[in-house]
Design a protein around this ligand. Structure first.
Ligand SMILES: [Zn+2]
Length: 795
């Protein structure tokens, strides 16, 4: 998978929504004088104009001279002719203005949207930045600084997040209005009502409820540490934790089979998310022992101190005494978590090239029965016997699996089995505590609170509750949004299809004409572009009663006060996990929507295996697809992202997959060599701009951005007659407005690049330096920073 931003937010994983690509937008520069609308004047200018007017008046013949009749007649004649000429001139001007300026509501709104973020609304002292010097500053200088209040959370801030928060605010006020209006409530479908109830229940939760929930699970365990008599098989311990979606050791699931997306699901095995949220944190840690953890040798390492502090807090919350046994068990759990995580291919420094899935069978896995009985495990999980021939796909590959089995072998003694059992239980309690949100008792950083922020972010309870509704009530929530918040959603969807297809046409045209592509590869590449499936934003299933009914049945009644939220939510997620697996082997529901519908998920994905692009719901709700706004926004936003994602189909990973996703070697020989030569140009350019990470992943994202803006511009020009008209009141030509709208998608404040994308500023400067259309639109002289003589291009 490769996202526009980052990998998907996995339940149980730290939130990645807050680590999007950012860039510094430190100086608030202004729109340059020559670009400013002639109707707007600064106070200084207004004073000067007034002064001029007054002096003219004082010099006028009416006040300074006593005129003769003759002179008065001549003067009157001249005045009349001047008036006639002037009104003629005005008529001509008005006529030409009305034919070249779009004054429809959509254009006025579009103009206002552009103006708000750009330098036009920035402080007057910053009005001097030239678009040819630094277009990022030019476009983002007026980006509302007040929104930075939210950035004070210590995270990065950008336009995408801002859009999510604005959407969140609108949704919560919509929920608020509904909840005080019994008549409107009566009008909801039961699915919509269920979503609303989930939200209300989440908002009502108190610390006491959350602690109660933890204690309830704790009691069901019969305590955390298992006794010597406890012989529960590891397979059963793991399944019991899966009930509340607490995934440890590894994650077994049933997913749509990439080989045959129409007919069936396949069993998959993926890595579990470690305690500390991300494998990379353990990657930097040298091997250690339980004694190292207990003796204090690792006290300075934040992983150790945070995990131990979290364990201590959790113990306190549950009334456990911090005995030597408790501390040892905690150290064992941390060590096991570390060992399991180190099996991850993402931490294998010697690995080169992409991770290759391992397709094996349940029968083959029987050789590991003494370590983990997969057939027994699957029988309980799926609810029936599975045959030895049943296929299972090990996502992180064969090597990962073998390493994992080696770890399990280390723990195959009775003492080792106890450590695994305790580890699984501890992780379950730990995740329950983390997911009870802001309700953890200690607000001290360093322990649970630090981990909670890593997992769920540090936002208001309502942000978390909206997120959870999108995950738990995926379809009910979408249906509620469609009805009450965005009744024009259907038009936006039509807009999406239209833009998607015109981007595809441009892309295919580019592939057809490109000299980079060898004739032997061209047909296959075009075929691949033709078959990319674009799925947009609103799950089709939100209108399908059967799907809604299925979701309804997985959710316990939110009004049930005996079910504290912390358990309620994790139970729903566990039910979903369980249901998906139990459905293994049944025909695929083509309407199934693989991501949640919370508005904080903006990660657009290109999936290499299924050759498809998926847009989460936020892309249909705001300016990116709003059919009521001028189409330049949809093309500069949504359209350019389609161009970006389509390019992933042909990047260093994408070339390993054919049009149905599974064939190998899409391009061979000359195309690949040409491609590499083209890459060097971009590599030099981005290094010059300050991107110091020279990796294939980072380069692939930057290539994608470059193709994206070029094709989005072409597609927009090709279809839109409004593309030739100016927007009112911003004094930007339509082309200038297009590039400004593009840049304004990436306004951001950030502490540096994260993930594989460059910071927002580079996502603007890099592609636009290479665009001749951009240079023409702003008349940038050759050799100016935004119009270097050397240009890089891909296709
Ligand atoms: Zn990308």
């Amino acid at each position: 998978m490769s996202g526009l931003l980052l990998m998907p937010v996995q339940y149980g994983a730290p939130s990645t929504s807050y680590q999007d690509d950012e860039s510094l937008c430190s100086s608030r520069q202004g729109l340059i004088r020559s670009q400013r609308s002639s109707t707007s004047t600064t106070p200084e200018e207004r004073t000067a104009l007034k002064r001029d007017a007054e002096s003219t008046y004082q010099d006028s013949p009416f006040t300074s001279l006593r005129l003769s009749r003759k002179r008065l007649l001549i003067f009157t004649l001249v005045l009349i002719s001047l008036l006639v000429l002037s009104s003629l001139f005005t008529a001509i001007t008005m006529h030409s203005l009305s034919s070249s300026t779009c004054t429809s509501l959509s254009c006025v709104t579009a103009a206002e949207t552009l103006r708000r973020k750009s330098a036009a609304s920035a402080a007057p002292k910053n009005h001097s930045i030239s678009p040819c010097d630094d277009f990022y500053e030019y476009a983002c200088a007026g980006w509302d600084e007040s929104t930075r209040i939210r950035a004070a959370r210590g995270s990065d801030w950008n336009v995408l997040l801002e859009t999510s928060f604005n959407t969140h605010d609108k949704i919560t006020s919509m929920f608020g209005r509904l909840m005080v209006n019994p008549l409107a409530m009566k009008d909801l479908t039961k699915y919509q009502l269920q979503a609303l109830t989930t939200y209300a229940t989440c908002m009502r939760e108190s610390i006491e409820d959350a602690t109660e929930a933890l204690l309830q699970v704790y009691k069901e365990f019969g305590g955390w540490l298992s006794t010597a008599q406890d012989q529960t098989p590891i397979e059963e311990s793991l399944l019991s934790a899966y009930r509340t979606n607490a995934v440890s050791l590894f994650n077994i699931n049933a997913q749509i089979d990439a080989k045959d997306i129409r007919s069936h699901t396949v069993l998959t095995m993926e890595e579990a998310v470690p305690f500390i949220g991300s494998p990379s944190v353990y990657g930097a840690m040298p091997a250690f022992s339980v004694n190292d953890l207990l003796s204090g040798r690792l006290d300075k390492h934040w992983v150790k101190s945070v995990l131990f502090a979290a364990g201590h807090e959790l113990g306190q919350q549950l009334g456990m005494h911090e005995t030597t046994e408790f501390r040892e068990a905690l150290a064992q759990a941390v060590l096991l978590d570390y060992k399991i995580t180190r099996c991850s291919p993402s931490l294998d420094l010697e690995r080169s090239g992409p991770v290759v899935q391992w397709r094996t069978t349940v029968g083959e896995l029987r050789t590991f029965d003494d370590l983990f009985d997969f057939r027994y495990f699957l029988k309980i999980f799926i609810g029936r016997e599975v045959s030895a021939r049943t296929e299972i796909v090990i996502g992180p590959g064969r090597e990962y699996f073998m390493k994992l089995m080696t770890v399990l072998r280390e723990y195959s003694t009775p003492e080792g089995q106890k450590i695994i059992r305790d580890y699984i239980k501890f992780k379950q309690l730990f995740l329950l505590s983390i997911h009870s949100g802001k309700l953890v008792q200690s607000k001290e950083l360093g322990g649970l609170e630090t981990l909670r922020i890593l997992y769920t972010g540090d936002d208001d309870r309502s942000v978390q509750c909206i997120n959870r509704v999108g995950m738990a009530n995926q379809l009910g929530f979408a249906s509620l949004l469609e009805r009450y918040w965005a009744p024009h959603l259907q038009e936006n969807m039509d807009n999406a299809r239209k833009i998607g297809e015109s981007m595809r046409r441009e892309y295919i045209d580019a592939l057809r004409k490109s000299t980079v592509i060898d004739e032997a590869d061209r047909a296959a590449m075009i075929d691949k572009a033709e078959r990319i499936r674009i799925r947009v934003a609103v799950p089709e299933a939100a209108r399908d009663v059967d799907s809604l009914e299925e979701e309804y049945s997985m959710i316990p009644n939110g009004n049930d006060t005996t079910r504290p939220w912390a358990i309620f939510f994790t139970t729903v997620m566990g039910n979903r996990h369980w249901k998906r697996t139990a459905d293994f082997g049944k025909p695929v529901n083509r309407n199934e929507w693989p991501v949640d519908t919370n508005p904080f998920n903006h990660n657009v994905h290109y999936n290499y295996e299924t050759n498809s692009i998926l847009f989460p719901i936020i892309w249909s709700l705001e300016q990116y697809l709003d059919s009521r706004l001028s189409s330049l926004f949809s093309f500069a936003g949504f359209g350019s992202i389609i161009g970006h994602e389509m390019t992933h189909a042909f990047d260093f990973k994408g070339r390993n997959f054919g049009s149905t996703g599974v064939d190998r070697n899409l391009t061979v020989g000359r195309t690949s060599r040409n491609f590499e030569a083209k890459q060097q140009c971009f590599l030099d350019q981005y290094t010059e701009l300050g991107e110091l990470r020279i990796t294939e992943d980072v380069l692939a994202e930057n290539l994608a951005d470059n193709v994206a803006i070029r094709l989005a511009y072409k597609a927009w020009k090709a279809q839109d007659e409004l593309a030739k008209k100016r927007l009112p009141g911003v004094d930007l030509t339509s082309d200038q407005a297009f590039f400004t709208a593009y840049a304004q998608n990436w306004c951001s404040v950030s502490k540096g690049a994260s993930g594989t994308h460059s910071v927002g500023k580079l996502r603007v400067l890099g592609p636009l330096q290479n665009s001749r259309h951009f240079a023409e639109a702003f008349s940038c002289p050759i050799g100016s920073p935004m119009n270097p003589a050397k240009k890089c291009s891909l296709w």
